[in-house]
Design a protein around this ligand. Structure first.
Ligand code: ADP
Length: 465
């Protein structure tokens, strides 16, 4: 282990703990132990593995407040949001695994064609081996825990590399697995930054599940291409929200605010582009501004918008706003980035930008901050064209009371998910696949695939002999 590094809260600036970085030489031993543990863990029946999951779920429910406190201090998000949007989805993910693992991972009978008459056909799901899970800082619990547990339920051993930006949550997760009594080395943690992540990739895991930026996703994609390691990449987004003139105005305004400003906009599926049909555009903007000004910012559980987590992200948000304003955008709420007083604390005022267009970075690049650019459109074709005019394709939302139109538009959006008359919520349904189109990623998790993706699908044909 390396010397410990000190960790500070982005909301208060206070020192909240310290953690020792995993040394690069240690990463090889982690793999050795993981390979050894695989020999026994993979041989357990799924139901035997699930005993540990139930214990973990109960432990997390008991310690909910303590975990929420750690997440809130480490990320700067308000504690309520840590509970509702990070701990609860994790618990829900565990329940989904407990409910579905046995059936999902069982040998499945397949049809046998006439050509093979007299024989039987099956599909078996075999664990892959050692799975590397690299996770980010915005929802540091659920984006690590759900893939870790899906992989482990399928019989793999796991090496987790949580984000170095929220290391206290990484340490907390490691402790939870120990306290829940998981067998030694089934789930191991490596702590540190990109050097540690890169070293872990170099050790040839049997599968990599990565959640993070497009930039890092491409680096990992390149590394695994050379080694032919299968992987899932869950990357960024620039999600559009389309509001037609017949939408429920008040709900749509609330949806836009929540979709854009929850977790200070540090959500891969935040609403980052808002398109409103021209006849209601002015009215929508007035209401949006009114309600945006009512949002309370701070670190108390009752506050609406917490702090940013990662100092480097503040610079990106500022540069997108400045570029937009220099090119004619109007800052309807929020303040000029030059007036932001950020030191160790990172509160950014929620910003709404009008008079934007698709040549601006604010409409092209992922901002990952509390900024909502709004633009009018004239008809359905234009709305679809604008929404699809992006290198990303993670999520989208469509707001209208016309069901036929909603389904028609949803069917033409090139994204991994579409939510009709709401935002973000598709990710909360563990029965639905989650993932992106275009540069938003490769592969899907959650849904039927959540555990099988961590398996070799093996075809078996059996003759009676
Ligand atoms: P973000 O900007 O959202 O933090 P990153 O993509 O930089 O996203 O980081 C996501 C995760 O990937 C973090 O755990 C980080 O340490 C890890 N990471 C960053 N660079 C690399 C790399 N080259 N190889 C492996 N892991 C990396």
């Amino acid at each position: 282990m390396q010397p410990a590094w000190k960790v500070y809260s982005p909301a208060t600036g206070e020192e909240i703990g310290e953690l020792a970085e995993t040394s690069l030489s240690e990463t090889g031993f982690i793999y050795e132990r993981s390979n050894t543990a695989f020999k026994t863990w993979s041989q357990l029946a799924v139901s035997e593995r699930l005993v540990y999951f139930k214990r973990l779920r109960h432990l997390m429910a008991e310690k909910m407040d303590e975990i929420a406190e750690i997440i809130s201090k480490d990320t700067g998000k308000v504690k309520t949001e840590a509970i509702v949007a990070d701990i609860m989805p994790t618990l829900d993910g565990i329940i989904h695994i407990e409910k579905h693992a046995v059936k999902s991972l069982a040998r499945k009978k397949a049809a046998t064609p006439l050509l093979l008459i007299g024989k039987k056909s099956y599909i078996e799901y075999m664990p892959r081996g050692v799975v590397l899970i690299i996770s980010p800082w915005n929802y540091p619990l659920q984006l690590a825990m759900v893939p870790i547990l899906s992989a482990a339920a399928a019989g793999n051993t796991v090496i987790a590399k949580p984000s170095e930006i929220t290391p206290m949550v990484g340490k907390c997760m490691e402790q939870l697995f120990i306290e829940a009594g998981f067998p030694e080395d089934v789930i191991q943690f490596a702590h540190g930054g990109k050097e540690v992540g890169a070293a872990l990739v170099e050790h040839n895991p049997d599968y990599i599940f990565f959640t993070g930026s497009v930039r890092t996703g491409k680096i990992i994609g390149e590394a695994v291409a050379k080694k032919l390691i299968p992987c899932t990449l869950e990357l960024g987004g620039k999600d559009p929200m389309i509001v037609f003139k017949d939408a429920n105005l008040e709900r749509a305004v609330n949806g836009a605010l929540w979709g854009a400003f929850t977790n200070s906009g540090q959500v891969c599926m935040s609403v980052e582009r808002l398109y409103v049909e021209r006849p209601i555009y002015d009215q929508f903007l007035v209401l949006l501004k009114e309600k945006a000004r009512e949002l309370r910012q701070g670190a108390a559980p009752s506050d609406d918008v917490g702090s940013m987590t990662f100092p480097a992200q503040v610079g990106i948000v500022a540069s997108h706003i400045k570029d937009a304003v220099q090119n004619g955008a109007v800052l309807e709420t929020g303040t000029d980035p030059d007036e932001w007083k950020t030191g160790r604390t990172l509160f950014l005022p929620p910003a709404i930008l009008s008079n934007v267009n698709h040549s601006m970075a604010i409409m092209k690049e992922e901002t990952f901050g509390p900024v909502l650019p709004i633009m009018p459109f004239d008809d359905e074709e234009e709305a679809i064209a604008l929404a699809n005019d992006s290198k990303y394709g993670l999520n989208a939302s469509v707001w209208t009371q016309d069901d036929v139109k909603a389904n028609r538009v949803a069917g033409r959006l090139v994204t991994g998910a579409v939510v009709i008359n709401d935002v973000l919520v598709s990710v909360a349904n563990h029965s639905l696949p989650f993932g992106g189109a275009k540069q938003s990623g490769i592969g899907r998790y959650h849904g039927e695939n959540s555990m099988r993706m961590f398996c070799h699908e093996k075809a078996i044909v059996k003759d009676s002999g």
